[in-house]
Ligand binder design. Structure first.
Ligand code: ATP
Ligand code: MG
Length: 323
């Protein structure tokens, strides 16, 4: 059994009720730079140090009360290397008594880096696509719209009213496409946030959504005077709002949407609520979609919490709190 646990890709240990180590696999020993003899019977406080022990204490108590615990933690190895970990505390229960708990710690540093890379690649891709649409395709379409309208005038002035009738819709269609292209670019580029801040960007997002989908979409800021822009917070909240709005329209088939931003000395809240069918009503809840996963990642990066609430009046509320 010991041989098997030594080949496990993670740390596995067992702590007794009085928080003394009874077992640690090879990875566990290596992490803390201890021999099996040094580890046996060591007090958890002495192994982790008072600061880390204090951080984990609530999870330890809960495990000893019989509840499985799962949490992420940044840990520093004895060699000074910092790693991201996912820890599980699994109570060892016999009869009605908790005798101790198993600890399983997985190194998720690579996964964390990958998550960060996915979000930054997506952000970079949106930015370059938005720039291309705005600076290149948009400009070319604008030129076509201008030329089509000039052509229509030329044909009219040459007395061919019938032929001008054909040119007119081309000019109109091209103008319409220029507008759509601009709106697409605005959705992809965060320049509105960079230029005018999050409040203006959310206001513009609400207006774009209302026009594009022909629904009611409003932006409400409960405390515009105290709002202070921070580049990272603003970009992440904006992207979360975009995803939540898109989900509400696509999956919830919402007809009315509100984007609410509130901020006070205690923190800030972003809420997006819709009058749609809710998660239960949406087809295909077990999706391979990335939207909510990326939302979770962004909220974690901001040190906040994310909740999906069922509204009493029907529909869904996506709520982000940052304290
Ligand atoms: N406001 C909402 N109302 C109803 N259902 C929702 C709502 N938001 C999300 N969902 C449900 O949650 C699922 C997962 O959403 P998520 O954004 O992660 O993926 P997706 O939108 O399907 O794909 P992607 O975001 O990658 O384009 C959706 O497929 C849908 O079933
Ligand atoms: Mg989505």
């Amino acid at each position: 059994m010991k041989t098997l646990t030594d080949f496990m890709p993670g740390m596995l240990g067992y702590w007794s009720r009085d928080l003394r180590s009874e077992f640690a696999n090879r990875e566990y020993l290596n992490w803390f730079g201890k021999s099996a003899e040094e580890m046996k019977g060591i007090r958890m406080q002495d192994l982790l140090g008072e600061a880390l022990f204090a951080k984990n204490e609530s999870y330890i108590h809960a495990a000893l009360a019989g509840e499985i615990q799962k949490f992420e933690r940044t840990l520093t190895k004895v060699n000074g290397e910092t790693r991201e970990t996912l820890a599980h505390y699994i109570p060892h229960i016999e009869g009605r008594q908790v005798l101790g708990f198993f600890v399983l710690i997985l190194d998720i540093t690579d996964r964390k880096h990958l998550e960060a890379a996915v979000v930054s690649v997506a952000e970079e891709f949106q930015r370059s696509l938005g720039q291309e649409l705005h600076d290149n395709l948009g400009q070319q379409l604008a030129a076509i719209a201008y030329q089509a309208s000039a052509l229509e005038k030329m044909i009219l002035s040459s007395g061919s009213a019938d032929a001008a009738k054909f040119a007119a819709p081309i000019a109109l269609q091209a103008q319409h496409t220029v507008m759509q292209c601009k709106q697409l670019a605005q959705g992809l580029l965060p320049f509105e946030i960079e230029a005018n801040g999050l409040l203006a960007a959310l206001q513009a997002l609400a207006a774009r959504v209302a026009i594009s989908y022909q629904i009611v979409c409003e932006f409400v800021c409960a405390s515009p005077d105290v709002w202070r822009d921070d580049a990272t917070i603003s970009l992440n909240l904006y992207r979360i709002a975009q995803e939540a709005v898109s989900n509400a329209v696509r999956h919830g088939r919402a007809q009315k949407l509100t984007i609410l931003l509130a901020s006070d000395s205690a923190g800030m809240r972003l809420s997006i609520f819709d009058d749609g069918c809710g998660f239960e009503g949406a087809a295909g809840c077990a999706t391979s979609g990335m939207g909510i996963k990326i939302m979770h990642y962004r909220v974690k990066e901001l040190g906040g919490t994310l909740a999906f609430l069922v509204r009493a009046e029907g529909g869904t509320e996506v709520r982000v709190d940052i304290r």
